[in-house]
Design a binder for this molecule. Structure first.
Ligand code: HEC
Ligand code: HEC
Length: 195
């Protein structure tokens, strides 16, 4: 008799613990849902937290892509932020000045990036380097940022300066020495300039 009673009591306690445990776990799940709902954006877009958050772990201020994405109504796809480099420009030398000169020098003489002028680099290497870049050493990839026409003009110009067939513009311009608009007088300084 007492054995059965003990058994019943133990069963009752076990059931009670199970019920309390279930309530606790369900409570936790319900409470934590709002937090987990935010990284859901990562799963939905297939993007890392750092694509939308300045803090790569998530939270905090948003990146430009993240702000644009939210403003677009949070679609499943990220907005394409690949920006064309020089819309409307089709001259190879101009394109080089805009996109490449800051690293390879105005005359292709080399600055942060290696010299191109006189390097004899072949067309294949030049076009694949422009398209794919060399991420690790700091050469950007230009795929998607140039129209076909711009790409061809840029490659032709770059191949031209590499082989020496095209003479790049000088990277410095001699200027005549500056002139003062007035002469000092024997009695002291004269008034110069606009004042
Ligand atoms: C596609 C863009 C996107 C991605 C990817 C993304 N988030 Fe968010 N996240 C947002 C936006 C937008 C908000 C602002 C709240 C809202 O609009 O619902 C936000 C809000 C948050 C918040 C609330 C605090 C705050 O800053 O507003 C946290 C925490 C958070 N995200 C964490 C993460 C984590 C962790 C990841 C990666 C696992 C992640 N997010 C991935 C866009 C994103
Ligand atoms: C932000 C700086 C930067 C810009 C902008 C840049 N480059 Fe580069 N480029 C580099 C660096 C650094 C390397 C060296 C990469 C290496 O050797 O791994 C390189 C390598 C190259 C090479 C290969 C050179 C070799 O000897 O193998 C070519 C060709 C080239 N760049 C062309 C261009 C052209 C054309 C543009 C403009 C569309 C351009 N680059 C814009 C930094 C830059």
């Amino acid at each position: 008799m007492s054995k059965i009673k003990l058994g019943n009591a133990a069963q009752f306690v076990a059931l009670l613990l199970l019920a309390l445990g279930t309530i606790f776990v369900v409570g936790l799940m319900v409470e934590e849902q709002p937090v987990h709902a935010l990284p859901e954006y990562a799963a939905r877009t297939g993007e890392a937290c750092g694509t939308c958050h300045v803090n790569p772990g998530g939270g905090g201020p948003r990146t430009m892509a993240g702000l644009l994405w939210a403003a677009n109504g949070r679609p499943d796809e990220m907005p394409d932020l690949t920006v064309p480099i020089a819309p409307g420009e089709t001259d190879g030398q101009e394109l080089y000045d805009i996109a490449c000169a800051s690293c390879h020098g105005l005359a292709g003489e080399g600055l942060f990036g290696p010299a191109i002028t006189g390097s004899n680099l072949k067309e294949r290497k030049i076009s694949s380097t422009i398209l794919r870049g060399r991420e690790r050493s700091g050469m950007p990839a230009y795929e998607g940022r140039l129209t076909d026409e711009q790409f061809e003009a840029l490659v032709a110009y770059t191949v031209g300066i590499a082989s020496g067939e095209i003479e790049p513009p000088p990277n410095t311009y001699p200027l005549p020495p500056g002139k003062l608009g007035c002469e000092p007088t024997p009695d002291g300084p004269s008034r110069c300039g606009g004042n």
